[in-house]
Ligand binder design. Structure first.
Ligand code: SAH
Ligand code: SF4
Length: 362
């Protein structure tokens, strides 16, 4: 079904970013009965309507008032790519013309939505496509939720969207309030279990502690990528001001407050962080906290000099971690043929053509 397209600048607010309690208060302020808020939420999240006009059990005057204040879908699909492994990627264009990516990753028993939190990224890790051109702006909560709704529409009703990972463009904890509002909506309104939602962070200790104190059961993934501060600082510019020790302490705080073991992400880069000694040192870090390790095979980015290690090297790294008592996994890369590493597709399309035709079915 064709979704409405909004032209910039948008004067209405995204209904997807409004918490149920806020919607209830607003509806009551408007002199309407509280249950109308519940009806609206059912239209959005159960019937998955694409416009407020379709909410036919609301009075015409309430619908008009809603349309004057809110919109549902803002983005336009610029491209939709499907990889040979079934991974589907959407390049979305927002009403100000900025673009972001989101990806649907099918698994044996799951469907995972990978979503963005910022347009670009302010961190600029040396191996990542997302931060190569800096950050343009934050996405607001409604735009973050909208990506999940978009991907949900791609897989349902045949399959249920089961997981959400904040691993697209941007650093979620550098856009803290919008990320947390979106988390609550994805969990509370869309109904994805908190344990099935993962927030990946490059490591902002203050915000990690703050997230822990919200006492939500989300999974926190910390991008470690190096066992020493010296090497980490070469890969991650923001590591300059943060030691691994501080991150371990913040991650441990997260575990203590939520009971959720933290995942350490480690992108394997050939001849940089993939030696057996690196694995032994990562294992030592794991001894100081409750954590499991997720090894990621690097997805090469054109123009960047980094490579993924040979399979045997990656397997050896995994074995060394396990021999040293670490619960570790080696994840296969998905969607390699559709520029699936975060930021790649957006960057490639920006370099070649900024006014791409909308080729995807909407
Ligand atoms: N900014 C956050 C979340 C988005 S990136 C973070 O850095 O954690 C999500 C994960 O993808 C991070 O672990 C990141 O290091 C990794 N990543 C980035 N570029 C990659 C690439 N080209 N190949 C494989 N993983 C990559
Ligand atoms: Fe930003 Fe994460 Fe990419 Fe680093 S890895 S540049 S923090 S998106």
């Amino acid at each position: 079904m064709k979704l409405p397209i909004h032209k910039a600048p948008l004067e209405t607010r995204s209904l997807l970013g409004v918490a149920p309690s806020e919607l209830e208060s607003l509806i009551e302020e408007w002199g309407e009965k509280k249950f109308r808020a519940k009806q609206i939420l059912e239209w959005i999240y159960e019937h998955q309507v694409v416009s407020i006009d379709e909410m036919t059990n609301l009075s015409k005057s309430l619908r008009e008032r809603m349309i004057a204040a809110f919109h549902l879908f803002e983005s336009q699909i610029v491209t939709e790519s499907i990889a040979t492994d079934g991974t589907r990627k959407l390049l979305l264009s927002w009403s100000d013309g900025q673009t972001t990516e989101c990806v649907l990753i099918p698994g044996e028993n799951r469907r995972t939505a990978c979503i963005s939190t910022q347009v670009g990224c302010p961190v600029g890790c040396v191996f990542c496509a997302s931060g190569l051109d800096g950050v343009k702006r934050n996405l607001h909560a409604g735009q973050i939720v909208e990506q999940v709704m978009r991907l949900k529409r791609l897989c349902e009703p045949e399959n249920r969207l089961s997981n959400v990972v904040f691993m697209g463009l941007g650093e979620p904890l550098a856009n803290y309030d919008n990320t947390v509002s979106a988390l609550r909506q994805i969990n509370g309104s869309i109904g994805i279990g908190a344990r099935k939602i993962t927030i990946s962070t490059v490591g902002l200790p203050k915000q990690m502690r703050r997230l822990a104190d919200e006492q939500l059961q989300f999974t926190l993934a910390l991008s470690l990528h190096a066992p020493t501060d010296e090497l980490r600082q070469k890969l991650i510019p923001w590591a300059e001001g943060v030691t691994i020790e501080e991150l371990v302490s913040a991650a441990q705080h997260y575990f203590e407050r939520t009971g959720r073991e933290v995942t350490l992400e480690y992108v394997l880069l050939a001849d940089i962080n993939d030696a057996p000694q690196h694995a032994k040192d990562v294992a030592k870090i794991c001894m100081k906290m409750r954590a499991n390790v997720n090894l990621i095979l690097y997805n090469p980015v054109p123009d960047l000099p980094y490579r993924r290690p040979a399979d045997a090297t990656a397997r050896q790294f995994l074995t060394t971690l396990k021999e040293n008592g670490v619960n570790a996994h080696l994840r296969p890369s998905r969607g390699l043929d559709i520029d699936s590493a975060c930021g790649q597709l957006r960057r490639r399309t920006q370099q070649t053509d900024t006014t791409l035709p909308c080729t995807a079915p909407q």
